[in-house]
Write a protein that binds this ligand. Structure first.
Ligand code: PLP
Length: 279
């Protein structure tokens, strides 16, 4: 494992961020997590384009171009001894280091990264599926920005885990939005349903891959709002993210989903994502 801070590779535990740093003080920044399969970052461009979009949405000028970030990622993976391995690259850009004031400082953005071996999702979770609970979506109006402000997400996730669930899935104004760190899908009568890519959800890179692969597999896709009841009535439910890829959900609020087993369409989409990532 290895860290990166504005042009320097550093040890992960090296103390580097001063007290007056805006990510630290205000959550004034954006981030990405990219998964690397046998040395090849999956959908890296898409992640870096989303990083730029998130930065633009908060009026932050990144201190690296996408091409520069790609080069740093390749270098970092190599230096971390992760060349050819399964790994995770975390990238965070903030509005930099300046005496604490709400107004924007006149300084460069600051970018840090970590390079670590990939976390492994236990096979048991994939085989049995996971349990989800529903939670009121108390987040702000711009959830499409991958910002550092994750307090509602971590509070919902911790409450879910404290109660024996794997993930909390949010609903807002009667409609499902997304999980605390995942996008969510229902399969009903062979059709794949997921909430539309509005400002209410993060436009997941894995979501994008899932929908593209579903279309390639001739699975009908509907991107429309649906209620918690509709989700619960799905033949299959699954969640997706860079970290978990595609993970079946077999109970919702303690009630079995469909026949209580991971479903065939979930399985096909998981296999398709892995095939795409390792091709
Ligand atoms: N939704 C939220 C709120 C997230 O934080 C994440 C990822 O961390 C996702 C969805 C999934 O996005 P991606 O597939 O790009 O990892």
């Amino acid at each position: 494992s290895l860290g990166f801070h504005n042009g320097e590779f550093i040890a992960l535990d090296q103390k580097i961020i001063p007290i007056d740093e805006r990510g630290h003080q205000f959550g004034d920044g954006v981030y990405e997590l990219i998964k690397v399969y046998k040395g090849a970052p999956f959908m890296m461009r898409e992640h870096l384009v989303r990083l730029e979009k998130s930065a633009k949405a908060i009026r932050l000028q990144l201190n690296y171009s996408i091409d520069q970030l790609e080069a740093i990622i390749a270098d970092g993976l190599h230096r971390a001894g992760l060349a050819g391995q399964d790994a995770e690259v975390y990238i965070q850009s903030t509005r930099g280091i300046a005496t604490r004031l709400h107004t924007f400082p006149n300084v460069e953005a600051s970018t840090t990264m970590t390079f670590r071996p990939a976390r492994v999702i236990p096979a048991e979770l994939r085989e049995r599926g996971v349990a989800i609970t529903l939670a009121v979506d108390e987040r702000w109006a711009n959830c499409y920005i991958k910002s550092l402000n994750l307090l509602p997400n971590i509070l919902a996730k911790q409450a879910a885990v404290d109660n024996g669930y794997y993930e909390a899935v949010f609903f807002r104004d009667g409609y499902i939005t997304e999980g605390s760190s995942t996008n969510v899908y229902a399969v009903k009568d062979g059709t794949l349903y997921t909430p539309p890519a509005t400002k209410r959800i993060l436009h997941g890179i894995t979501r994008h891959a899932v929908l593209r692969l579903a279309r390639e597999l001739n699975i009908p896709v509907v991107e429309e709002e649906f209620t918690p009841d509709f989700l619960s009535s799905g033949d299959e439910i699954f969640i997706s993210s860079t970290t978990i890829e595609v993970l079946p959900v077999t109970t919702i609020e303690g009630q079995p989903v469909g026949n209580g087993q991971p479903g065939p369409i979930t399985r096909r989409l998981y296999d398709a994502v892995i095939a795409d990532a390792t091709r």
